[in-house]
Design a protein around this ligand. Structure first.
Ligand code: NAD
Length: 447
């Protein structure tokens, strides 16, 4: 497959895609590597992961440059992502020595629990955040003693392939972490159905996630699903309006809107609706779209021509406001603000996964909750108010896995992340991530 730079349309690399036979060989290598890897002493497994993290640190600029070239991420974002990969590895390098079970009082003996690694884990990754999403699954899985096969998205395998080389250089044994570029319906589907793969971490669209869950059921495979979103950014009249409007563009247009947590629906309380729109227009006019490597660029291109066409199909009629973007080579799309006559407007209900945001008015908390929850998605969201009671009521009422108040932050590697409803199943990151990569074994020993 030809790997294309989305900002220039240049061919970056030719990558061979694994077929079913190659996928089976990778599973066999991972299966054979598992018994020795789980027996590596906790402190040694920790040290290997720390060494891997140190190599990521040393190659941070190279990894960031690769991500910018392959996925069009701005240089600033890509540098943050390389740092996040390093930090996630360091964080879970602290886990092996702490992965202890419990002793539960019972009559006539001793009862112990063990957190047992599952075996071979498949991590299926989307194209929007290739290296970070890979490591959110791979790092805790490895720390728990599993062997891992990463299936990157077709369009963006380059950082994953480089990370696999760095893992070997760090001393992780052959077969412990493999990266297998391949088509979703071929290599991805084979990992999901292979009986020796015990767990799938799937990050991607809700449609494919549903299919993965159904097929995984045939072998009772454990699944973690991180799926789509249509998150609400709810602005009350008592909020710091200036700040809410100034930060709203980055909350949806970061990574060109190709972010599962994008706050792509803005709900504004009626008394400040017009004022907010005016301020938002000004803030969106300031968003700089262009060369991802240029300092000061806020937004790069979309991932592909095909994806740009899909995004464009949502913008019918005259948008409320549209910013500027380059023309010519590269898959550019301008930041776009829509207002809606109807809440059933397809652009207001479906995940667009591009730089398009819809703004609607509401009256009072109850209506805000109703609109925010009127979706099958439930990944993230923001609440802007100066009333702490309202902030808490709203935070409990909005159906989402990750919410922020007077801010748009949602992902920190040391706090849990994931969706409710059809945005996902299970949680990644945070202190409990290893639970998703182990099964509890209970052992009773008679006195
Ligand atoms: P996608 O569902 O098309 O593909 C995701 C991955 O699944 C790719 O590696 C693809 O090759 C693979 N795949 C496709 N068909 C498969 C099959 N039948 N069996 C197994 N694997 C298969 O998603 P995408 O377009 O790459 O990514 C965008 C989507 O990902 C958006 O919906 C976005 O919201 C979601 N996403 C969610 C999170 C999260 O954490 N919740 C994070 C990033 C992206």
């Amino acid at each position: 497959m030809k790997i294309i730079n989305p900002a220039t349309e240049e061919v970056l690399a030719d990558v061979e895609l694994a077929d079913v036979a190659e996928t089976d060989r990778a599973v066999e290598r991972a299966r054979r590597a598992f018994p020795a890897w789980r027996e590596v002493a906790p402190g040694d497994r920790a040290r290997l992961l720390r060494r891997f993290a140190d190599l990521v640190e040393r190659h941070g600029e190279e990894l960031a440059a690769l991500e910018t070239a392959n996925a069009g991420h701005t240089a600033g974002n890509a540098a943050w992502e390389a740092g996040n990969v390093r930090d996630v590895l360091h964080y879970y390098a602290g886990a092996p020595e702490r992965e202890h079970g419990r002793q539960i009082p019972v009559p006539g003996g001793v009862n112990l629990t063990f957190a047992e690694p599952l075996g071979v884990v498949g991590v299926i990754v989307p194209w929007n955040f290739p290296m970070v999403v890979m490591m959110w699954g791979a790092a805790p899985a490895l720390a728990a003693g599993n062997t891992v096969i990463v299936k990157p998205a077709e369009w963006t395998p380059l950082t994953a392939l480089r990370l696999a080389e760095l893992a070997l250089e760090a001393g992780l044994p052959q077969g412990v972490l493999q990266v297998l570029p391949g088509a979703g319906e071929v290599a991805g589907a084979r990992l999901v159905e292979h009986p020796a793969v015990r767990k799938i971490v799937f990050t991607g669209s809700t449609d494919v996630g549903r299919l993965v869950a159904a097929r995984a059921a045939a072998t009772v495979k454990r699944v973690t699903l991180e799926l789509g979103g249509k998150s609400a950014n709810i602005v009350f009249a008592d909020a710091d309006l200036e700040r809410a409007a100034a930060t709203a563009p980055s909350a949806v247009f970061d990574n060109s809107g190709q972010d599962c947590c994008a706050r792509s629906r803005i709900l504004v309380e009626r008394p400040v609706y017009e004022e907010f729109l005016d301020r938002l227009r000004e803030a969106v006019a300031d968003v700089t779209v262009g060369d991802p490597l240029a300092p000061g660029t806020d937004m790069g291109p979309l991932i592909s021509a095909e994806h740009r066409e899909r995004v464009a199909s949502y913008v019918t009629g005259v948008p409320y406001f549209q910013g500027a973007c380059p023309s010519g080579r590269g898959f550019w799309f301008p930041p776009t603000v829509l207002t809606h006559e109807s809440l059933d407007d397809r652009a207001f209900t479906e995940e667009i996964f591009g730089p398009v945001v819809g703004v609607v008015p509401f009256s009072g908390e109850a209506e805000a909750v109703e609109i925010a929850n009127n979706t099958e998605y439930g990944l993230s969201g923001s609440i802007w108010t100066r009333d702490v009671g309202r902030a808490l009521r709203m935070a409990r009422a909005v159906e989402a896995g990750n919410l922020s108040v007077n801010s748009h932050s949602s992902v920190r590697y040391w706090t849990p992340f994931g969706g409710v409803k059809q945005s996902g199943l299970g949680r990644e990151l945070g202190p409990d991530a290893l639970a998703a990569f182990t099964d509890t074994k209970n052992v009773f020993i008679a006195h």
